[in-house]
Write a protein that binds this ligand. Structure first.
Ligand SMILES: Cc1cc2nc3c(=O)[nH]c(=O)nc-3n(C[C@H](O)[C@H](O)[C@H](O)COP(=O)(O)OP(=O)(O)OC[C@H]3O[C@@H](n4cnc5c(N)ncnc54)[C@H](O)[C@@H]3O)c2cc1C
Ligand code: FES
Length: 253
């Protein structure tokens, strides 16, 4: 884990809702793994005081990007920042996704901004790994397909793709997926989506890792503010240190 002062080198607005910010930091990029996150100090003012966590979306040479939409003051500040502005960033933090040595089929399941960590993950799959993405959101405007090719899409209101949840969409394809033995599912999105994905994968004996989310303060295991229940004992893991990515067999979500 390192702390850097990183300048913004590129700003993109992918849609009314979705912003992509690219920063430069060679040290951060050298150590980053897909699924890890960064804790960004968005302002030197008293509010917002706490750093804000963001998945590492993409990594290129000495730059990395984050993908976000505006929730509150922190993300609004980031969205209004200019190229050249510098931010105090800690990272890479937490444990990321794992890729089995022999992976025939990688299945991405993303809800809304849950698409953020997957461009980086996809860049690490070996040539020949088949990839399919299942993308869901409440409405068409909230669909994020950045760098996720070959995607099947579902919206809650039916304004784009099929009118169903993204996990139902995945369920419809299970017969096809069951033909592959070296298959792994990677999920990220809102907690209700992750719960449904966990139930589906456990009951069909599918290997699955999910990136969990919760409010965070320190981001590296000091404040004990981000517990998640372990499935193996009465113990708790910390999302920031032991996650945010967990195998679904290891946690109670
Ligand atoms: C490990 C991790 C990775 C994350 N990666 C991303 C990412 O790649 N892109 C992204 O857009 N967001 C991501 N988030 C969520 C992001 O940290 C929050 O959106 C951000 O902290 C909101 O800050 P804010 O100051 O704009 O909003 P706040 O003022 O803190 O909150 C404004 C509103 O947003 C809601 N909110 C706050 N935090 C979250 C949250 N974690 N999830 C859902 N709603 C929230 C609050 O309930 C409130 O209603 C991640 C969170 C974690 C823990
Ligand atoms: S955020 Fe402080 S321990 Fe996880």
């Amino acid at each position: 884990m390192i702390q850097t002062i990183s300048p913004i080198v590129e700003k993109k607005v992918l849609s009314d809702e979705i912003h992509l910010l690219t920063f430069r930091s060679k040290e951060l990029v050298q150590n980053a793994q897909p699924g890890q996150f960064l804790n960004i100090r968005v302002s030197n003012a008293f509010y917002p005081y706490l750093r804000r966590p963001f998945s590492i979306c993409e990594v290129n040479n000495d730059t990395f990007s984050i993908l976000f939409s505006i929730f509150g003051m922190g993300t609004k500040t980031l969205a209004n920042a200019k190229v050249g502005d510098e931010f105090d960033i800690i990272g890479p933090l937490g444990k990321g996704f794992t890729i089995p040595p022999k992976l025939d089929y990688a299945v991405i399941v993303a809800g809304g901004l849950g698409a953020a960590p997957f461009p980086f993950l996809m860049s690490k799959f070996q040539d020949g790994t088949k990839i399919k993405s299942f993308i869901g959101a409440r409405t068409k405007e909230l669909i994020v397909t950045y760098k996720l090719n070959n995607a099947l899409i579902a919206t809650d209101d039916g304004s784009f793709g099929k009118k169903m949840t993204v996990v139902k969409l995945l369920e419809e394809e299970l017969n096809d997926l069951n033909n592959y033995s070296n298959l792994k599912i990677y999920g990220c999105g809102p907690t209700p989506m992750l719960k449904a994905l966990t139930q589906l994968c456990l009951s069909n004996n599918l290997d699955c890792e999910i990136s969990t989310e919760c409010a965070m303060a320190c981001g590296f295991g000091i404040c004990q503010g981000c517990p998640i229940e372990s499935s193996n004992s009465d113990e708790y893991y910390l999302v920031c240190k032991d996650g945010p990515v967990f195998n679904i067999k290891d946690i109670k979500i």
